[in-house]
Ligand binder design. Structure first.
Ligand code: HEM
Length: 365
């Protein structure tokens, strides 16, 4: 460790890997930011991406979706509410406040980008960092499109789904900045488990899409005059719940596969976090379904959807790590200790043999 001369780069990063690039920020204040500071900035960026999805749900359940009936202006000829009585004042205030939050989200995203560029982090992190402000611009335009189409259901659904994608990317960035900019990432679970995790992620995405379809058919359109998706709500809710059962099944299978292959403690810990969040979210879903989708629970359910996405994104990110050369010896010893524990599988490949785990083999290379 300590290859960095002046605080310009990650403390574990060899100097030859941290040469300034074309997209490196040269502001001295940003160059000084430590990895914990980078973690804080990226955390705020992730939180604001999830936060605006929740406030968007508040706009919808309060029926304020057309509180500002035009876009980008609030009313024709005015960027702010005009005090007109044609639209209730509270609807104008709620929709306008939500539009203002776009600036908060943008500032958080741009700050995270500048911090990552300023620290001269690896290219993958820069890509994640760029995706946040760019994605926020896409969301602003999509939000405008939603208003201009009178809140037609598929624009509302798309708007929420893009938010969950941005939450996913922000979490990849947040977890990623904590890892050194070593040139190679190592998969710390048995290879096929990444495939299982990817399949579970696809199932979770289908679950999110199905949720937006339930909403599209449900009572909370965002405006009383908006046309709804003309499909039976119980049928869509059934599809939504069935996908949850499938998703839970994949997660349970993943748990036993991780145990059988002596998966790393950090991955197992994150699995438990994810499971707790998914079960809580499922409970909220069941309660809201049987209590006539009360407004508060709808907003909580959207927050839960973002939390599930974030927990899953963290699990995904924890299955591939970058390590500084100084940490390699410790990790190999830890992995060897895990595989020697009596009564447990001896290698992440599941076999009770003395071959090195995939992680050990890659790290040792
Ligand atoms: C991990 C589990 C779950 C996730 C990730 C999830 C996710 C979602 C999402 C993303 C939406 C769309 C929200 C919006 O467009 O504003 C939604 C809506 C909904 N979900 Fe879930 N859901 C889960 C479990 C459940 C369960 C078990 C039920 C019970 C049947 C349920 C019932 C509903 C209902 C009724 C809506 C429509 C609410 C409305 O009208 O706005 N959800 N869900």
């Amino acid at each position: 460790m300590g290859d960095c001369g002046r605080n310009r780069c990650h403390p574990y990063l060899p100097v030859h890997l941290s040469a300034p690039t074309i997209d490196t920020v040269h502001a001295p204040a940003l160059r000084r930011l430590s990895v914990p500071a980078q973690r804080r900035f990226t955390f705020v960026a992730a939180l604001t991406q999830a936060g605006i999805a929740v406030t968007g749900a508040v706009v919808r359940v309060t029926g304020s979706g057309l509180g500002c009936p035009t876009w980008p202006q609030c009313f024709p000829g005015s960027l702010v509410p005009t005090g007109t009585t044609s639209v209730p004042a509270y609807e104008q205030a709620i929709e306008f406040s939500n539009r203002m939050l776009t600036y908060v989200v943008t500032i958080a995203a741009v700050a995270a980008l500048l911090v990552v560029l300023g620290a001269g982090r690896r290219r993958q992190l820069k890509r994640y960092a760029w995706s946040l402000p760019l994605g926020t611009v896409v969301q602003a335009v999509l939000g405008g499109f939603t208003v201009l189409t009178g809140l037609v259901w598929w624009t509302v659904a798309l708007h929420l789904l893009v938010s969950t994608v941005l939450v996913w990317l922000a979490v990849q960035l947040h977890v990623g900045v904590a890892q050194p900019d070593a040139p190679r990432a190592h998969t710390v679970v048995a290879g096929p488990l990444r495939g299982l995790l990817a399949f579970a992620t696809v199932t979770m995405s289908a679950l999110l899409v199905a949720g937006t379809l339930v909403t599209a058919a449900g009572p909370h359109a965002g405006n009383a005059k908006t046309t709804r998706l003309n499909v039976s709500i119980p049928a869509l809710a059934q599809l939504h719940a069935d996908l949850l059962v499938g998703y839970l099944g994949l997660l349970v299978g993943l748990y036993f596969a991780l145990r059988a292959t002596a998966g790393p403690a950090a991955v197992l810990r994150q699995w438990w976090v994810l499971m707790a969040v998914v079960l809580a979210q499922g409970s909220v879903g069941v309660v809201q379904y049987f209590t006539g989708v009360p407004e508060v629970l709808v907003a909580v359910h959207v927050a839960g959807a973002c939390a599930v996405t974030a927990a899953m994104a963290t699990l995904w990110a924890r299955t591939r790590v970058r390590v500084a050369m100084s940490e390699v010896a410790g990790l190999v010893a830890e992995a060897a200790g895990r595989t020697r524990t009596p009564g447990r599988a001896l290698s992440p490949s599941g076999g009770r043999d003395s071959r090195p785990s995939s992680c050990e083999a890659q790290v040792a290379r």
